[in-house]
Design a protein. Sequence first.
Length: 115
Amino acid sequence: MKKIIQLITAAGLSLAMLSPAIAQMDHSKPMDHGKPASQQEMPMTDGEVRRVDQETGKITIKHGEIKNLDMPPMTMVFTATDKSLLSNVNAGDKVQFTVKNEKGQMLITSLKVVK
C-alpha cells in the first residue's frame, strides 16, 4: 500500500512539473516537421550521356558525384521514371539529372540537356 501511494505521489509531482512547459507550447499551429525525404529537393548531378535506349527507358551516363546517394563519379546505367524524360537526349549530350535509389534500382526523376 505504501508503494502505491509513493507511485501516485511521484506521478502527480511529475505532471505538476510538466504543466508549465506544456502550457507554454503554442498549440494553435501544427508543428512543422519539414518535408519527408521523398519530397526534399535532390541536388542535380552533372553527366555526359553515353547511350540511350528509348524502348527500355534506360540511359548510360558518365556522371560526377551523386551527393544525395553518397556515390562517387562513374559510368552507369539508370532507369528513367518516365520514358518521356529520354525523348530529347542523345549520346554525347551534357546533362544535369536527379536520381533516387528505390530498392536498389537507380531511377532518374528529372533530366535536362545542358548547352
